[in-house]
Design a protein around this ligand. Sequence first.
Ligand SMILES: [Zn+2]
Ligand SMILES: [Zn+2]
Length: 134
Amino acid sequence: MRMVNCEKCGKIFSSLSSRLCDECREEEDKILKRAKEELYRNPGLGMMELVQRLDIPVETLEKFVREGRLVLRSKERVALACEICGREISAGKRCPACEAKVRKMARELYREAKIGEGMYSLRTIKARREGPHE
Ligand SMILES: [Zn+2]
Ligand SMILES: [Zn+2]
C-alpha cells in the first residue's frame, strides 16, 4: 500500500493500483452503467450525444472508450478547441495543461473564499492565467 493523490478529486488515499479514490471510482462506475444503458437503448449514439443526453464529463467517457470499458459504434470525431487557450484538443473542454491549471485554481479558490467549485467563473480563470504569476 502506498499513499497517492486521487486523479480526480485530489484526495490522498492508500492504493495498490487504482489512481482513483473509492468515491470517485464508484462515481465512475455509475457513469459507466448509465452510458451502457443509454447505448443499449440507442446503439448508434456518438460520444457527444451520450455526453449531452446523460450530462456526464466527456473526459470520463473518453477514458472508458480508451480503456475499452465502453464501445461506441459511432466513430464521430469532433473538432474541439480548449475553452481557455483555444488550442485544438481531441476531447473534453480544455487542453490537459489548462485542465490541470483549472483544477489547481479551483482548489485554491475554494480554500481562499470557501466557495463551491462551481462558483468560479471562466473570466476569473482567464484573468488569473494572464496574471503576473504565470
Ligand atoms: Zn477521488
Ligand atoms: Zn488550453
